[in-house]
Design a protein around this ligand. Sequence first.
Ligand code: IPE
Ligand code: IPE
Ligand code: MG
Ligand code: MG
Ligand code: MG
Length: 333
Amino acid sequence: MLSETLEQGRAAADAALDRLLPLETQDPVSIHKAMRHSVFAGGKRLRPVLCMEAGRMVAGSLPAGIDELGAAVELLHTYSLIHDDLPALDNDDLRRGRPTCHKVFGEALAILAGDALQTRAYEVLAKLKCPAEARVRIVAEIARGTGTVDGMIGGQVVDLEAERTAPNAVMLEYIHRSKTGALIAASLLSGGLYAGGKDDAVVHLETFGRSIGLAFQIVDDVLDLTASEEVLGKPVASDLREGKVTMAVIHTLERCTPAERKLVEKVLEERAFIGVQHEQILELLTRYGSIQYAHDAAAQHAEIARRAICTFPDSEIKSALLFVPEFVVERNS
Ligand code: IPE
Ligand code: IPE
Ligand code: MG
Ligand code: MG
Ligand code: MG
């Protein structure tokens, strides 16, 4: 049932995105090509799907025009990915199975394409077809979720500043909550607001989103260590190469021998797998049970997420949403 919901939501989000973005033939063509290159590279569209399904659960059926809200969220998410891949941030060459925006169009246009997706998102939000009061609150909540105080940009800043340190559990949770959880939570919250949800309902949806967000980033970090580039559509072991120490690596560092610690430190120093191979690190993490540890931590957040929406009346859409936490934890890309 969830796969059907995801598939339908993805199609609705794609159609809205296509409608809302200037054509590639629109002047200046270079920026519109760059924007479309990244938006239509085949993302999972999880945020718009969650946004639309939150609206459907509150209203009982899909509120008219909510696909545009979902699309705006996806535009913001894609802007964050374009900037996240830049050499000044994660310096990644592959995204959604395609060369990253800056690899194809150059850094300047990639920066501007990210900016432009953000600007377009707010233009779309300003024109949402819902009561003005809800519209204003949606704009404020989405701006907060992507902003600097406990929002996406704030999380990205702390993520950068934590490079080459082993952040403690509190700091790691702050990074996950802000850089990833805040936008996912805002997607659900804004979907609920769009549908006219009352405070109680939207708070539960937001809590659901926050816990999914924590699980989502823990799994993203695990997949960065364990997945293949082909399946993931983005480079693997990118975090270690960028000096980013994630939950599973911290777990191993707290248990391993000084010689084993040196192996991890060598990768962080070399910013590449030269003296030490990716497989050696993976073997270490597996031997210390650290991959399993991170996976279990994600599963715990998934369980908390499920509990957050148990008060909604039973419905088909609630059943589908209850599968999302598991999908997030068990996904392989
Ligand atoms: C990747 O998000 C960035 C993170 C917050 C971890 P997704 O895994 O949702 O990326 P797409 O949209 O499917 O490409
Ligand atoms: C990025 O986290 C979260 C964003 C706000 C874009 P990551 O840097 O881990 O995301 P990926 O792995 O590049 O998709
Ligand atoms: Mg990053
Ligand atoms: Mg990245
Ligand atoms: Mg990642």
